[in-house]
Design a protein around this ligand. Structure first.
Ligand code: ATP
Length: 640
């Protein structure tokens, strides 16, 4: 188990103390849950027992959906479909093929995951409402399928499912069944919590914040979303397996739309992104549903099932309105109000902050290892063109960038600079032409492919990962330096890797004097600091080529000086930089070569001096007023 949001001071503790510090929340939480589940059968009435068993069963699909929605930001309305596939497969294998329970259950879960993989392959290319609608459609297909198929017993369903026997003990009462289910829920919880705090989990949150930025740091967003979709279906399938045992009959009701909505509510009410919230949401929704069944007839004698449903709906709306962040946020705010909570010991950020205060210069940067020698071509654009209908945003641009140099890409507004960047980094597919980076043609490939080859970028319109803190943003830059995937993340087998990358992230923040803000929420930073943070994030990837889109925009005078000094030092360290910047004087003083775009066309390319004196460039910037052109040239010379 690992915990990324744990204070950074844990780095100085012994392994055992670090394990406890990293995981105490999970361990205490699971301990309390297990203790409650042990006690409930001795203290609760049979109706309460029933609610608790169903809450534990539905906690599984809710945890799965929370990973998909809360972490990856993918709305699914088809969780009941996977729940039903797990339940039906398990029931059919038990009753018709007489397979042993563990085998039938495993196949049930795998069947749900397999269907998720098959439908996820095309569906994971969809986003937002489209994905929600597509999963809704999947839910209807499964619901109609089980109603019409002989194997699934049509409207009657599959019945005669007997409870399992564990170590010779028949699980034939609710108490035993609760104890049977609890370890699976606890393990599911731990796996999900581990994933949330793992490299893959952070990547999923980053995808949710900005898919473009996550891709540009090397995250294969499609593959990652597909994996979490399949995983989420596995949780739902396991829930379905236990449901089949609990109710002993699997009918089409298992696949109904309202069940998907119910699971969705559990996640929303619990608090999107919180694994514990999903479990709490499952309990709240179950207790509310059953509670209404008792309360409504008592308040309105003779009230029918519809009225109960109405009451249930009204209470749910009230809960959502009063607790917009869900139970998780309500509990967190309550906890923070307690006198002993929220006192975080000073961490690495504070230690580094003092060091940063004393710094007047940027520290020397380690040499960048680039596969090509300085001066050799690292990036080659050939006939690069982008058309939007009649608009030619970039028109037949060809140029070569030598390794270890800074190329300034300038031009008036709308000249095509960002479009050019987007084609180089893979965010846009060129209409014509190619981008060759380190000898590989990368045009038309996804941004994560460019990142894999060592190309990273920043964005003109900032792409901040707002769900994490400043160091968390920079840490995401280390994504390609790590290797742990979803499975290793779930099993918590990556803590050493994580500590090293976190330490490296602090080092980078220190170089740009951002350490004192390291633990602040990234969304709370000023615009200028967010821009610096994006540069730090890109540097954390240790690229061979860095594309900076207006890195000086919004920066104060001192920040500009620090940024310019950093870029010079990066060049000295061997990094190749392509810089789009409106501050022409700054570009002229920094760049080894300058390329000028006007109306999508490359009108000049050469050393700053020759470009500065190129009449075509002056006219492009200032129109045909030559007096103004003269004045601008003089001003540029003064800055140079
Ligand atoms: P700025 O300095 O203002 O950021 P730029 O040099 O980066 O400008 P681009 O943003 O690349 O210019 O835009 C180049 C041209 O392409 C502009 O005329 C713009 O309106 C057009 N353009 C960019 N994106 C699209 C799009 N998606 N559809 C249509 N036209 C577009």
């Amino acid at each position: 188990m690992t915990h990324a949001t744990t204070p950074t001071f844990v780095g100085t503790l012994s392994p055992r103390a670090r394990f406890w510090a990293n995981n105490k929340g999970t361990l205490i939480g699971c301990g309390v849950l297990v203790a409650l589940m042990i006690v409930v059968p001795f203290t609760a009435s049979s109706s309460v027992m029933n609610i608790v068993v169903f809450a534990m069963i539905f906690a599984l699909p809710a945890i799965g959906l929370n990973l998909l929605m809360g972490l990856a930001g993918q709305v699914s309305l088809g969780q009941a479909a996977f729940f039903a596939i797990g339940a039906y497969t398990h029931a059919i294998l038990l009753t018709k093929l007489d397979l042993p329970g563990p085998v039938a259950a495993t196949v049930g879960v795998l069947a749900a995951m397999l269907v998720a993989l098959l439908v996820g392959l095309p569906l994971m290319r969809l986003r937002g409402h489209y994905l929600a609608l597509a999963t809704l459609g999947l839910g209807f297909i499964v619901m109609i399928g089980v109603r019409e198929w002989d194997v699934t017993g049509r409207t009657t369903g599959i019945y005669g499912i007997s409870r399992p026997t564990v170590l010779g003990i028949p699980i034939d009462n609710s108490g035993f069944f609760l104890w049977f289910v609890t370890p699976f829920v606890v393990i599911g919880l731990i796996l999900a919590l581990n994933l949330t705090h793992s490299r893959a989990g952070r990547a999923l949150s980053a995808v949710n914040d900005s898919e473009l930025a996550a891709e540009s740091l090397g995250v294969n967003t499609y593959a990652l979303r597909l994996k979490v979709f399949v995983l989420s279906a596995g949780f739902a399938g396991l829930g379905g397996v236990f449901y089949a045992y609990q109710v002993a009959i699997v009918s089409p009701a298992t696949a109904e739309f309202h069940l998907s909505v119910s699971i969705l509510l559990m996640v929303v009410i619990g608090g999107l992104g919180s694994v514990w919230g999903a479990v709490a949401g499952a309990f709240l929704v179950q207790f509310l549903g059953e509670g209404m069944r008792d309360i409504i007839p008592a308040v309105f004698p003779g009230a029918t099932g519809e009225v109960q449903l109405l009451g249930y709906g009204i209470v749910l709306i009230l809960v959502i309105l009063l607790l917009p962040g869900g139970l998780h946020q309500a509990a967190t705010s309550l906890w923070q109000k307690l006198p002993f909570a929220g006192k975080r010991p000073p961490g690495d950020a504070h230690a580094h902050a003092h060091a940063a205060e004393d710094d007047t210069t940027i520290p020397q940067l380690p040499a960048v290892s680039t596969p090509v020698a300085a001066g050799e071509p690292i990036l080659v654009l050939e006939g690069l063109t982008k058309r939007y209908g009649g608009v030619v945003a970039v028109n037949d641009v060809s140029l070569t960038v030598p390794a270890g140099s800074i190329l300034g890409l300038i031009g008036p507004n709308g000249a095509g600079k960002t479009t050019c960047f987007n084609m180089i980094s893979g965010a846009l597919i060129p209409s014509e032409g190619t981008v060759t980076f380190l000898g590989q043609v990368i045009s038309g490939r996804k941004p994560h492919v460019a990142a894999k080859h060592g190309l990273t970028r920043t964005f003109q319109n900032l792409q901040v990962f707002t769900s994490t803190d400043v160091v968390g943003n920079v840490y995401m830059g280390r994504y390609r330096k790590g290797s742990a995937g979803v499975l290793r993340g779930m099993l918590g087998l990556q803590s050493a890797e994580q500590s090293a990358h976190r330490a490296a992230s602090y080092e980078i923040l220190q170089s740009m004097r951002l350490t004192d803000a390291a633990d602040d929420s990234a969304s709370d930073l000023s615009f200028g600091k967010q821009r610096i943070m994006e540069v730090c994030r890109a540097l954390a990837a240790e690229p061979a080529l860095l594309l900076l889109d207006e890195p000086m925009a919004g920066l104060s005078g001192t920040e500009r000086e620090v940024m310019a000094e950093l870029l010079r030092r990066l060049r000295t360290a061997g990094l190749t930089i392509v810089l789009v910047e409106h501050d022409v004087a700054q570009v002229m003083s920094l760049a080894d070569h300058v390329a000028v775009l006007d109306d999508g066309v490359l009108i000049a390319h050469g050393d700053p001096e020759s470009v500065r004196n190129d009449p075509a460039v002056v006219v492009a910037y200032l129109g045909t007023d030559l007096d103004e052109a003269e004045a601008e040239l003089n001003e540029l010379e003064e800055h140079a």
